[in-house]
Design a protein around this ligand. Structure first.
Ligand code: AMP
Ligand code: MG
Length: 338
């Protein structure tokens, strides 16, 4: 692993170049609407192994397979329930992954040894062009080093992956900012394994019953058998000690006043910055803005050598649930209620 990592602008020529690199078994950083991904041919075990090496990712953590035609779902999955087609019609292309029984063409290294596969048709136009140019489905986990916050710009990818992959296609900042909603099915019920931009409320427009898996909001031990293996790993973890603080702004301010010392930062909402008199980051006013900014701000905290970051607790509705789900993992489940 000693690549001269090239940053490619998304011209037609460079998209073809990225497609050819993937076809020849290499790993390329690509933009999607959720976060940047590390893409390789999902059907080629050697290529997929390179993703695990580049990320330092545990082998039992499955990768999502990215397609560029809805009908391709049938090439990689079998026994697809009728509700999955209705959900694909409503939310694809988009930030939603469906876990389905896998066909043999998807190797075990891609599915983390499971007999299911997560499949997504991303909405980002550059991602779609790269998948079409490669002519193969792309296994593409988030393009961060395992355990670090996910990557939402090409620069984040370069910071983590320089020398570890062949190229990065720069498609600008991601429009959603948190990873896809991951769902599975139990009969006609939809189970949310990982919350994302497509919310429980959105899914209820198509499904009668949507269940949030218990792994979404609670801590899972390393040896637990969990529905979504990514849930049990310490994730999104900056070097700083991240602590979520629940409560009104005034209470947060007096709590921070008592706990402030050098290297301690607050992470507050975008509309609170003018009043807040201590060192701080802000991560958006609304839940969707918070999703877009979250990983950039966690990475920024590392760049500034923050020791402790006290974070204003986001709402747990809509996309807020996705933001909260990532934050409690960054915080190692440490929440202070005021
Ligand atoms: P990432 O690629 O970093 O966005 O992580 C993908 C996550 O999606 C994994 O860590 C799992 O939690 C989930 N996932 C992917 N494939 C499956 C699957 N076959 N079954 C359950 N969860 C999956
Ligand atoms: Mg990830």
């Amino acid at each position: 692993m000693n690549y001269n990592t090239e940053i490619l602008s998304p011209t037609d020529e460079n998209i073809e170049k990225a497609g050819n690199l993937i076809k020849s078994g290499e790993v390329v950083g690509i933009p999607t609407e959720t976060v940047y991904g590390l893409a390789a041919d999902a059907t080629d075990p050697d290529a997929v192994s390179k993703i695990f090496v580049a990320k330092g990712r545990p082998q039992d953590n499955p990768l999502i397979v990215h397609i560029s035609y809805k009908s391709d779902i049938e090439k990689y999955a079998h026994d697809i329930p009728e509700i999955a087609y209705r959900i694909a019609d409503k939310f694809w292309p988009g930030p939603l992954t469906m876990v389905l029984p896998k066909k043999d063409i998807i190797p075990e290294v891609t599915s983390g040894g499971l007999d299911t596969v997560g499949i997504r048709f991303p909405a980002n136009a550059i991602a779609q062009k790269i998948i079409k140019s490669a002519g193969v489905p792309l296994a593409a986990p988030s393009a961060n080093l395992s355990g670090k916050p996910s990557t939402t710009t090409a620069k984040h990818v370069y910071d983590d992956m320089n020398g570890r992959i062949s190229a990065i296609v720069d498609g600008g900042a991601c429009s959603v900012g948190v990873e896809s909603t991951v769902i599975s099915f139990s009969g006609e019920d939809v189970i949310i394994l990982r919350p994302g931009f497509v919310s429980k409320e959105d899914l209820l427009s198509v499904a009668d019953n949507v269940i949030i898996d218990k792994g979404v909001l609670s801590e899972m031990s390393e040896d637990a058998v969990v529905a979504s293996p990514g849930m049990k790993y310490k994730h999104y973890s900056p070097k700083a000690n991240v602590i979520i603080v629940e409560g009104e702004y005034d209470k947060f301010l007096s709590f921070f006043e008592k706990n402030y010392s050098e290297g301690v930062y607050a992470m507050i909402f975008g509309n609170e910055t003018t009043e807040f008199p201590y060192p701080h980051f802000s991560y958006g006013k609304t839940d969707s803005e918070q999703a877009i900014e979250l990983f950039d701000k966690l990475r920024m905290a590392d760049d500034m050598n923050a020791k402790t970051v006290y974070v204003r607790c986001p709402s747990k509705d809509g996309v807020g649930l996705a933001v909260y789900n990532r934050l409690i993992r960054a915080a190692g489940f440490e929440v202070i209620k005021l």
